[in-house]
Design a protein. Structure first.
Length: 293
């Protein structure tokens, strides 16, 4: 999702090379190195990853760890070997500790236990983040920075309820309920867990600004809304967009993940960036895309 949106949006301002998974296997270190030799990038934006919702992560934690760590390490290692001067690594808010009730600033990474349902994914992303930091500290010619986005949704998202994150899953479940005339939709947990979901177009605007103002960009920076909503509130907002007026039921046997995952966005706001989409605007754009499939 992130990569396809970035390629589309940045092509107006930059010469963008954005290989699909079928064109470049980031798990193949030799292929990664050859690709970079051929295209000679001035800057790399690492947006690739194996991603999924709670169920997918919980069932394949080891695969999520291996794939995300190896893909990122292969790419960053090749960039360093070939003296690519700038790299923006897109990490994840899953890398923060699971036991924090307040907004989490950048220095909270590696200060507490991770959420067990997506521990593998988080460790993979942390490894790549730390590798970027170490390489940059060892050679000043390497400017390898990491942005930590909150949860994302939008065009090119995955809407399969088994693999999707909460927002696209909610939209697809609610749309199916409307199409089938159902009067209730199930929510995992009691609906009180809180999440920070940002429309992917806002992350694109951040990346464009980062490439234009690279020198002033912090080496690690959160990118999010700085506020959150409960799962139940997301479902109500999505129901309004979809046109579902039935009831919600709650399955208390299902995993819900972290009770709260909110980023402290003070640093990115002070740097000069803020998101522009409201929740309703982002949901409407995402739903319109979903219906176009």
């Amino acid at each position: 999702m992130v990569g396809r949106n970035l390629v589309e949006a940045l092509s107006d301002d930059f010469e963008v090379v954005g290989p699909a998974r079928s064109e470049l296997d980031l798990l193949d270190r030799t292929a990664v190195r050859k690709f970079l030799v051929d295209c000679e990038p001035a800057v790399i934006v690492h947006a690739a990853g194996r991603v999924g919702g709670i169920e997918a992560n919980r069932n394949s934690n080891s695969d999520f760890l291996f794939d995300n760590a190896v893909m990122g390490l292969n790419l960053v290692r090749a960039a360093a070997d070939l003296e690519v001067p700038r790299l923006l690594n897109l990490s994840s808010s899953c890398t923060y500790p699971s036991d924090r009730a307040d907004a989490m600033a950048e220095d909270a990474i590696l200060t507490g236990p991770l959420e067990p349902t997506n521990e593998g994914y988080a460790i993979g992303k942390i490894a790549v983040h730390r590798y970027c930091q170490l390489l940059s500290s060892e050679d000043p010619r390497r400017s390898y920075k990491t942005a930590v986005p909150c949860n994302l949704y939008g065009r090119y998202d995955t809407f399969d309820p088994v693999r999707a994150h909460m927002v696209p899953s909610a939209l697809s479940k609610l749309a199916r309920a409307v199409d089938q005339g159902l009067d209730s939709v199930e929510i995992w947990g009691d609906g009180t867990a809180r999440r920070e979901f940002m429309y992917v177009g806002d992350l694109v605007s951040f990346v464009r600004r980062a490439l234009q103002r690279w020198e002033s960009l912090p080496s690690t920076v959160n990118v999010g809304l700085g506020r959150d909503w409960s799962v139940a509130e997301y479902y109500k907002a999505a129901a309004s967009v979809v046109g579902f007026d039935g009831e919600f039921t709650y399955d208390l046997t299902r995993p819900v993940g972290m009770r709260r995952k909110l980023l402290d966005c003070t640093a990115v706001n002070e740097w000069g960036w803020e998101p522009t989409h409201t929740l309703e605007e982002g949901l409407q754009k995402t739903y319109d895309y979903f219906r176009s499939l």
